[in-house]
Design a protein around this ligand. Structure first.
Ligand SMILES: *Cc1c(COP(=O)(O)O)cnc(C)c1O
Length: 367
């Protein structure tokens, strides 16, 4: 069976170092928010190219806390996309700010900047661009509009750790940026984890306080906060894996190039990349009309593919009819019917990729 993503293979690739790092934490006697977390926060912030890192429980919490740190509350509006993990939208629930959803550019699946300005109202407090599949949203244009309207930008980098936009990594562009270390992500923990990064000391301090009950240094709750801490074991594992992230992202890019070469004559629409950005292929997403048929056929060949995501957020029962959308979300709804994520992870073997390609050619031949 060829899996779509494979966190276990990644553990095995670095098993000795990970086991050693975990054992050291177990022996240290300190298990939550300790030296490992501090070191990881610094190393990660440095990797992204920003001043501050604040480790939290997961990527959804990172977004929730970042929104709160930016002062977004009840009655405020935040603009994001419907073509994303539901987490991007679920993060707004505790604050009560209903996100306004805009359409995507079909080529890159990221926020369509042409829709952005029309969605802005006097209540708009923040924009959350999602760097979906490992490739940046159009940050220059988004920041330009945000600055003109004095709106905060919080990047959702959950799928794009390490991706470049122009001369800086994603996460170094917005006022704040949020990362997820869910096991399947490009930088994945062996459990849950998340990080907020920012160059703004004031926002970093707020986030640090909010992740622990809104405490000040005397452990006095000054603002209503939550409990969302990164634990030492995950931080120690992530420190090991961070050292291999560039290598792993390069392996993904190499596999993507193989797919591109082998699939260019199949009629499938292959992933596109902006000229001024890199792609770290968290997912390798192709488009075709007979998506469901291809998915089923690949399964008969012992190949698992995925759909990220089958139902746009605004059409899911929790949000349908109660979430504001800008204009129509035609491209979002069209993409959801046509996208298919092919197996993609750094340890995927060349012969496995070849089997996936052969499966697609066989399917195309049989049409
Ligand atoms: C995974 C993901 C999140 C949330 O991360 P969790 O750690 O699972 O809470 C948020 N946004 C996007 C785009 C994601 O892919």
């Amino acid at each position: 069976m060829i899996l779509c993503s494979n966190p276990h293979a990644q553990y095995l690739a670095h098993k000795a170092e990970i086991d050693e790092a975990v054992a050291a934490v177990l022996d240290s006697g300190w298990y939550v928010l300790g030296q490992q977390v501090k070191d990881f926060e610094n190393e990660f912030a440095q990797y992204i190219g920003v001043q501050h890192g604040v480790g939290v429980g997961n990527g959804t919490d990172a977004l929730q806390i970042a929104l709160k740190a930016c002062g977004v509350g009840a009655g405020d509006e935040v603009i994001t996309v419907s073509h994303t993990a539901v987490a991007t939208v679920a993060a707004h629930e505790p604050g009560g700010a209903p996100p306004v959803l805009v359409d995507i550019e079909p080529e890159f699946f990221t926020l369509d900047v042409r829709q952005l300005e029309a969605a802005i109202t006097p209540k708009t407090k923040a924009i959350i661009p999602v760097h979906i599949y490992g490739h940046a949203a159009d940050m220059s244009a988004i920041l330009d509009i945000a600055r003109r309207h004095d709106i905060k930008v919080i990047e959702d980098c959950a799928q794009a750790t390490g991706a470049m936009y122009e001369n800086k990594r994603v996460g170094a562009w917005g006022d704040m940026a949020c990362f997820s270390f869910y096991p399947t992500k490009n930088l994945g923990a062996i459990g849950d984890g998340g990080m907020i990064v920012t160059n703004d000391k004031n926002l970093a301090d707020k986030a640090r306080s909010l992740r622990e009950y809104g405490w000040n240094e005397q452990r006095n709750s000054c603002v209503p906060g939550v409990n969302s801490r990164l634990d030492e074991i995950q931080a120690a594992i992530l420190r090991v894996k961070l050292r291999y992230l560039d290598q792993d992202n390069a392996a993904r890019a190499r596999l993507a190039a193989q797919y591109e070469h082998a699939l260019r004559d199949t009629g499938l629409t292959l992933p596109a990349k902006r000229d001024n950005a890199s792609h770290v292929y968290h997912l390798y997403v192709v488009r075709l009309d007979q998506r469901d048929e291809l998915k089923d056929f690949l399964k008969t060949q012992d190949i698992l593919s995925g759909i990220h995501y089958p139902v746009p957020v605004h059409l899911q029962s929790a949000y349908k009819g109660r979430i504001k959308i800008q204009g129509n979300l035609t491209e979002t709804e069209k993409a959801a019917k046509e996208i298919l994520s092919l197996p993609m992870y750094p340890e995927l073997k060349d012969e496995e990729l070849k089997k996936v390609v052969e499966g697609i050619h066989k399917f195309k031949g049989a049409l």
